[in-house]
Design a protein around this ligand. Structure first.
Ligand SMILES: Cc1cc2nc3c(=O)[nH]c(=O)nc-3n(C[C@H](O)[C@H](O)[C@H](O)COP(=O)(O)O)c2cc1C
Length: 566
């Protein structure tokens, strides 16, 4: 069969290979990105990684209603730091990466988790690296987190020198979480576009972890200066026992948790290569389970993965010149009133709306407050964890915000980008400040009109994008990012948009609404709606917020009914 998709020039420079992949995996009105075209149920991957033979350490569950108020998550210092114990480690995962319930229709039963995932396929795996935490480990240890049973699997022990080297430049008490992606879990269903979805899911996981850390009074920071080769050695994902040959698990991100809230020197965090070699020479336990009995290869994913890998100093240079982050929760001054629900409840009740009701609206001030939580200069959390330049802005389709004209709007998340966005978009846009919009929020009204059909059409005809209160596209400064830091920034841009999605999910819950991440959209028609004609800005992710329509055929069951370590 002839390949109708634009080819990727693998001889080109890395940034152009990334552009080639991005172009090739766009959905168009007349053609979806290359995928199998049917669901091959016989090869459906297991969503739960386990390491057979590794020692297990059960974790405790949390008491959702006993946790602090939701709004406090966004105010560093508002929640007293908890000591690092077996219990608080259990809570870190319980409020970020754990199972949050089971769903059932007739004989089909599936788990849903605190972190969302495209197609509920869950490519993201999480690991914990600690030393000397009572009830967890009295030596430097790497654990894999197993969400189905909510337990840690001991994957490796390291020499004390490895730990000393890794933590020497960090605040006392610091420990690590590491994230990886298994592309096969997503490509099984979504084919070549799956690499994008894996990165979005990873961003959601980063956001979920940052907010779970906030619940414990801790802070958490991405460490993008550790390169992928180093991270692979530390996580063991380059080992023969780490995965089946057609189910590679790619190292993505090392994260440092500072439980007393100190700020580490992220840009200067550069442990020497020898430390990672020493970690690889540690004692390793267990063998990864096989996820599928057969596989379909997707070359485009292998190509973009190899191109985006970080080497040498990891992500560096201008990418680490961070956009200004608020030192306090300035967004709270925009809040009409605090949310009555506890943080634990909101984090664990988060769900995706399957459809929106086409009726429910939202108060204008609440809408402004929700948007303020997405702006790093107004709200420090979770944006302090995103330790690279903020390069994403929002193009909004507003349908049912009381007191606001329906139509197109734009939220500029970094004021420095305003002129570039304005120059890139339709010349006839109004660029007016909407009524009652608080001064620090860079929101602009572009064009009046009912855009419900447009929003649904460009979101792969998913009606929830038009039936909600609003939907949006996340416009990334694509050319600028690639020119500034080359191919490796591609993943980081997706991670940033994933974090935005995570905050939108939670803010929707806090406003009594529901959110849905939208990975399926027709790329260029979205750009055309806003007048974007080149690759200066590209839409990486969509999202809808609205009043949900529940499907009464789906039964809900608790996450861990038999768990006895409460
Ligand atoms: C990156 C991403 C893309 C998604 N894309 C879509 C989409 O296009 N349409 C949709 O209905 N849901 C979409 N979802 C929602 C997922 O299907 C949902 O997260 C998953 O089924 C798990 O359900 P939960 O969010 O209720 O835990 C997406 C979620 C993520 C994280």
């Amino acid at each position: 069969m002839t390949d109708v998709y634009p080819s990727i020039d693998t001889e080109a420079e890395p940034a152009l290979i990334v552009k080639g992949y991005h172009e090739r995996t766009k959905h168009h009105f007349d053609r979806f990105a290359s995928h199998l075209g049917y669901m091959d149920w016989a090869t459906q991957p297991d969503p739960f990684r386990r390491f057979e033979g590794a020692a297990e350490m059960p974790l405790v569950l949390g008491d959702d209603d006993g946790t602090p108020a939701y709004d406090k998550l966004y105010q560093p210092g508002a929640i007293p730091p908890q000591p690092v114990t077996a219990q608080s480690i259990g809570h870190l995962f319980y409020y970020s990466m754990a199972v949050s319930g089971w769903k059932q229709v007739q004989s089909t039963r599936w788990a849903v988790r605190v972190n969302p995932s495209s197609g509920n396929l869950h490519p993201t795996e999480s690991y914990l690296l600690v030393a000397d935490v009572k009830g967890v480990s009295d030596e430097p240890c790497l654990f894999h987190y197993a969400p189905k049973a909510h337990l840690l699997e001991k994957r490796a022990t390291f020499d004390g020198g490895v730990w000393a080297g890794l933590t020497e430049s960090l605040p006392p008490g610091a420990f690590f979480v590491a994230l990886s992606s298994i592309f096969w879990r997503e490509s099984w269903k979504y084919g070549e576009r799956a690499y994008r979805y894996c990165q979005l899911d990873l961003g959601h996981a980063l956001g979920a972890l940052r907010l779970a850390a906030a619940l414990l009074g801790w802070r958490l920071w991405a460490l993008p200066t550790v390169n992928d080769g180093q991270l692979a050695k530390l996580m063991g994902v380059d080992r023969d026992d780490a995965w089946h040959k057609d189910e590679p698990e790619a190292p993505d991100l090392l994260i440092v948790v500072t439980p007393r809230g100190e700020t580490p020197n992220v840009a200067g965090y550069r442990p020497p290569d020898e430390l990672f070699d020493q970690a690889a020479a540690g004692q390793w336990f267990g063998r990864a389970n096989r996820l599928s009995r057969d596989h379909h290869p997707w070359d485009a994913i292998n190509i973009v993965e190899a191109t985006c890998r970080t080497t040498a100093e990891g992500l560096s240079g201008l990418a680490l010149a961070q956009t200004q982050i608020a030192t306090n929760d300035a967004a709270s001054s925009i809040m009409p009133g605090p949310c009555a629900l506890s943080a634990g409840r909101i984090l664990r009740q988060r769900r995706s709306g399957l459809e929106m009701d086409g009726v429910t609206g939202m108060n204008r001030d609440r809408f402004y407050a929700l948007l303020a939580r997405l702006v790093p200069a107004l709200c420090p959390v979770p944006w302090d964890a995103v330790t690279w330049s903020v390069l994403t802005h929002l193009g909004l389709f507003v349908h049912r915000v009381e007191g606001l004209a329906p139509g197109l709007y734009v939220l500029v998340r970094d004021a420095a980008a305003l002129d570039k966005l304005r120059a890139a978009m339709h010349g006839e846009f109004l660029w007016q400040r909407p009524q009652g919009c608080p001064q620090p929020l860079d929101l602009y009204f572009l064009k009046e009109g009912n855009c419900q059909r447009l929003a649904a059409r460009i979101s792969c005809d998913q009606t929830l994008a038009g039936n909600g209160v609003f939907s949006l596209g996340m416009f990334v400064a694509f050319d600028r990012a690639l020119a500034m830091c080359g191919a490796p920034i591609y993943r980081h841009l997706y991670w940033e948009t994933g974090v935005i999605g995570q905050v939108l999910y939670l803010e929707a819950e806090a406003a009594g609404l529901r959110g849905t991440g939208i990975g399926c959209f027709f790329d260029d028609p979205v750009h055309e709606a806003f007048g974007l004609t080149d690759t200066a800005f590209q839409s990486f992710y969509h999202f809808a917020v609205g009043g949900p329509v529940e499907d009464s055929r789906i039964a809900s069951q608790p996450a861990y009914p038999d768990h006895d370590s409460r």
